[in-house]
Design a protein around this ligand. Structure first.
Ligand SMILES: Cc1cc2nc3c(=O)[nH]c(=O)nc-3n(C[C@H](O)[C@H](O)[C@H](O)COP(=O)(O)OP(=O)(O)OC[C@H]3O[C@@H](n4cnc5c(N)ncnc54)[C@H](O)[C@@H]3O)c2cc1C
Length: 245
């Protein structure tokens, strides 16, 4: 049996696993395919690159996301420590500067004496020694095929709502205002007020709008914590008003 731990994928999970094992004295070989083999959404070759939201959720004590982060802090988590160090204003949430965050994690892993970071795509499931597979939702197609042979296609499934990013320069600040979320924390969020008529027209247009068609492998089974806006709107005209808007 190999004496080292193999970790495939240096995203959030793989980076943290590598750090924890290495700190416990285990010799780790960590594989990350980027930048040689990019994914459709990652932009860099850094470990723990965030691909969408830069928020790690609430940092308000007594909330469940806070307690989870606090447990990770107690365990000397590299991901949370780097998040705390590179945080940006976001009211009571922990949001991070995504570049500084991933650069710091990459540097720390590269410098760890127990970690060998290899920028290579893994195309076969290793049969030797302990292995952690942490290739995430954008597992490379070749490796994904190997996983589906091992597990069966029924167990591999991913569906995600797109999160549009708006260029700050394009926003008319005469029509928007900064405020906190639900009166908590600082005024870090930009709000766009609507009258009742505007809101109703918005919902109307949203429901009529052309939708991105589903890929063959996508099934419209949604994670209720992160729903596409048009699916929420379809549940009733007030759903968005009492939810994210
Ligand atoms: C488009 C999109 C938007 C998302 N938005 C959010 C969001 O807003 N908030 C949220 O919490 N979550 C979001 N997620 C989910 C997000 O991916 C996870 O929260 C988080 O990144 C999962 O961490 P991970 O370590 O499992 O995977 P990842 O962070 O994706 O890391 C997996 C790593 O494995 C590498 N890899 C893949 N295949 C191989 C291979 N064969 N060999 C070597 N390396 C390989 C990849 O390059 C990647 O670096 C989103 C995902 C996607 C795809």
């Amino acid at each position: 049996m190999s004496s080292s731990l193999t970790i495939i994928g240096a995203g959030l999970a793989g980076s943290e696993a590598a750090w924890q094992a290495a700190e416990a004295g285990v010799s780790v070989v960590l594989y990350e395919m980027r930048p040689q083999r990019p994914t459709p959404v990652h932009k860099t070759g850094n470990c723990a690159e965030l691909v969408c939201s830069n928020s790690m959720g609430s940092n308000q004590d007594s909330s469940a996301p806070f307690l989870l982060k606090q447990e990770l802090r107690n365990l000397d988590s590299l991901v949370i420590r780097s998040g705390d160090k590179n945080s940006v204003p976001a009211g009571k949430a922990l949001a991070v500067d995504r570049d500084l965050f991933s650069e710091e994690i990459t540097r720390t892993l590269e410098q760890h004496p127990n970690i060998t970071l290899k920028h290579e795509e893994v195309t076969e499931i290793p049969m030797e020694g302990p292995v952690i597979i942490a290739t995430g939702p954008l597992t490379s197609p070749v490796f994904s095929e190997k996983l589906s042979q091992l597990l069966g296609q029924d167990y591999l499934y991913f569906y995600d709502a797109l999160s549009p990013i708006i260029d700050a320069q394009s926003i008319d600040t005469d029509k928007t205002f900064f405020a906190s979320r639900y009166g908590k924390g600082d005024a870090d969020y930009l709000n766009c007020g609507m009258s009742r008529d505007q809101y109703e027209k918005f919902i109307d247009e949203l429901l009529k709008a052309e939708k991105v068609s589903l890929k063959e492998f996508e099934k419209p089974i949604y994670f209720e914590g992160c729903m596409p806006i048009e699916v929420l709107a379809d549940r009733g005209p007030q759903t968005l008003a009492f939810g994210p808007m």
